[in-house]
Design a protein around this ligand. Structure first.
Ligand code: ATP
Length: 366
């Protein structure tokens, strides 16, 4: 029986449990054994109790639970070759030659690197007598499939990442709550949401809540934005609006890449408009709680597809990532998606903001 490992890595996101559940059950359904790798790459490197066989009933109830029940971690050892060597040894010892990894672009890049290095790692393990030639014989190749788990919706090539709609839902509901108290006191509120390089959550939340102004990293406000923002808000006030809401992504900056903070915006509204303004940083509440319908659906279908992709793979197949485009679950080239994602950040860093916006919308090539 083939043994398929599943892990969650990087920042947690709602829906990761749904993905684990789907991978475990689909693996069993397809006649394989399923193994959970606990604590992300740390579990692979340490092995032992952190690699555990999962039966059908072990993932019962996973769909409605938030966070990731098999844990996640940032693992420095896996960034180094010696860590990946230990990971390869542990996998062969447990008979696992396929991994489904649900994480962000860092985790998926690490996975692809691991796969490319695999034959060399195995050779070294035999040479150093950590493993015997007989032991490694069935494990010549490693199969990897990526699932994108991230609240930021920051991966190119997929319309949605597992977790982004749950997070957006939570942000909208928090803004609605702030809205009530802001209206009561006629206050201004600057609400900071997650997104260091990606403004998707901020932009979508601003549209969905009818915010007065929004800051996102991909499209910074032009020089003189302070007057423009205050003008817009003063105009809204003059029309009888009793509250002012500004949404700011944590990675917001101006055209010179100088950071714009929620406190900076608050001070402007206080001093220029004499608006009693408060800052609310939503922080990790955006990541917690159960997954919304969409993320349960997405993680289940993508988890099923991930197992199918593992079982279809040949040594020549480029590492796939499971995406959703125009409502269809698809397999895409993982490293192309990662490269495209990195090119958005590079365009921002080069102050080429039009290009960054263009790349966010880019038609993904096969
Ligand atoms: P998030 O989007 O939430 O930050 P992420 O998956 O991008 O998620 P990272 O912290 O970048 O999060 O990566 C998680 C883990 O993946 C790292 O701690 C490390 O163990 C592994 N990893 C990341 N990049 C690499 C790499 N280039 N080579 C090997 N391993 C890597």
């Amino acid at each position: 029986k083939r043994r398929i490992g599943v892990m969650t890595s990087g920042g947690d996101s709602p829906g990761m449990n749904g993905a684990v559940r789907a991978v475990v059950r689909m693996s069993i359904y397809r006649g394989c054994e399923a193994y959970a790798i606990y604590e992300g790459y740390e579990g692979l490197v340490q092995g032992g109790d952190l690699i555990k066989e999962m039966k059908w009933e072990d993932v019962r109830g996973y769909l409605s639970r938030g966070g990731t029940l098999i844990g996640t971690a940032r693992c420095m050892a896996f960034m180094e070759r010696w860590g990946r060597l230990k990971a390869a040894r542990n996998m062969v010892k447990r008979g696992i030659d396929a991994l489904v990894i649900c994480g962000g672009d860092g985790s998926l890049t690490g996975a692809d690197k691991f796969r490319a290095e695999w034959p060399g790692l195995i050779k070294e393990l035999v040479e150093t007598k950590e493993l015997t030639p007989e032991e490694v014989e069935p494990f010549k190749h490693l199969n990897i499939v990526g699932l994108v788990g991230s609240i930021d919706n920051d991966m190119s090539g997929t319309d949605a990442t597992i977790g982004c709609y749950s997070s957006l839902e939570r942000i909208c509901s928090a803004v609605d709550d702030v809205f009530d108290t802001a209206s009561s006191h006629q206050r201004g509120f600057v609400i900071e949401v997650m997104g260091r390089h990606c403004g998707w959550l901020a932009l979508m939340a601003a549209i969905a809540t009818g915010a007065d102004y929004v800051f996102i990293p991909e499209k910074p406000p032009s020089t003189g934005w302070e007057d423009e923002m205050c003008g817009i808000i003063a105009n809204h006030r003059s029309r009888g609006k009793r509250r002012s809401i500004v949404i700011i992504a944590e990675g917001a900056h101006d055209v010179e890449l100088k950071k714009i903070t929620a406190y900076h915006v608050k001070d402007l509204l206080n001093t220029k408009l004499k608006l009693d303004t408060r800052v609310t940083v939503l922080g990790h509440t955006q990541r917690g709680g159960p997954a919304c319908f969409y993320d349960r659906w997405l993680s289940t279908l993508q988890g099923v597809e991930a197992v199918n992709a593992i079982l279809d793979a040949t040594p020549e197949t480029p590492t796939p990532v499971i995406t959703i485009r125009e409502n269809k679950i698809e397999r895409s080239n993982l490293m192309e998606a990662v490269a495209l994602t990195k090119s958005v950040t590079a365009a921002i860093e080069a102050k080429n903001f039009d290009r960054a916006m263009e790349l966010r919308d880019v038609e993904f090539k096969e």
